[in-house]
Design a protein around this ligand. Structure first.
Ligand code: SAH
Length: 256
């Protein structure tokens, strides 16, 4: 049967290495959920391992019509659980009102947005295993004090434990992407709610990193919040030097 023709605008790079495919699917713990959603299954290199796993029921979302037709032929049992559409617009409650894990070799052009969406649904998504460009994976997993550490590192790490699992070279894909790839796993942590105003927390993190080379004193000026309670040693720092807990403490001081 003919193969799906790779389309650049959909970020299609098909994984050819079965060992890597298997290892990605094995990275899902299977604990704490009965359903999983695979984003962008393409020709189903991960799907065939997921479908066999008795720990969960597999659902698929794929934007590309040609891939959806291919999947229907090769995975007839999944046809009723295959959605054609954009993951970013997809209502996860359509699959289950319960918990749902997410997996995929993600389309790299939307990998950050995928994690912002997972954050929006953080109490529904206990776990996510994804392959994305190495640089973004490093950012998500980065500790403070590092140039990779940014907005999504802080926001994601506030609610999820992020693990960088392994690096994947371009030559195992068809066509090979221009960048290296990496697989990460994120698991929901125990934090039900941050110990501060969460809306303000987000604003502080975003504003701090938008001017990441400036001190927080300067970067946060436009928020027009009082600095009275804040030690100068904190204000002299830059956003990338603050841990999640430091941002929580700073948010509290800014809201008094
Ligand atoms: N999982 C396959 C394909 C990875 S390429 C493999 O490993 O070989 C990324 C896949 O995501 C492509 O099949 C592409 O069509 C799909 N895709 C791109 N944008 C998407 C979106 N917004 N929502 C869902 N799927 C998308």
């Amino acid at each position: 049967m003919s193969q799906v023709k790779a389309k650049k605008h959909l970020g299609q790079h098909f994984l050819k290495d079965e060992n890597i495919a298997f290892n990605i699917t094995e990275a899902l713990s299977g604990n704490g959920y009965d359903h999983i959603l695979e984003i962008g299954p393409g020709m189903g290199v991960l799907t065939k391992y997921l479908e066999k796993n008795p720990k969960f029921t597999t659902h698929l979302i794929e934007l590309d019509n040609e891939s959806v037709v291919y999947l229907a032929k090769h995975f007839p049992d999944l046809k009723a659980r295959t959605y054609q559409g954009d993951f970013l617009q997809f209502d996860l409650n359509k699959i289950t009102t319960g918990k749902l894990a997410i997996i995929g070799n993600f389309p790299y052009n939307i990998s950050s947005q995928i994690f912002f969406k997972i954050l929006d649904d953080k109490d529904k998504v206990p776990e996510c295993v994804g392959m994305l460009q190495k640089e973004v994976a490093e950012r998500l997993a980065s500790p403070p004090g590092n140039k990779n550490y940014g907005i999504l590192s802080v926001l994601l790490q506030a609610y999820f434990d992020v693990e960088y699992l392994f690096t994947v070279q371009p030559d195992v894909f068809d066509p090979p992407p221009k960048v290296k790839s990496a697989v990460i796993r994120v698991k929901r942590n125990q934090v039900a709610k941050l110990d501060c105003d969460e809306v303000l927390f987000k604003r502080v993190v975003k504003q701090g990193f938008n001017m990441r080379r400036k001190t927080l004193r300067n970067a946060l000026k436009s928020l027009n919040l009082p600095y009275d309670n804040i030690e100068p040693t904190i204000l002299d720092k830059r956003a990338e030097q603050l841990s999640v807990q430091d941002f929580v403490a700073l948010t509290n001081k800014l809201s008094h």
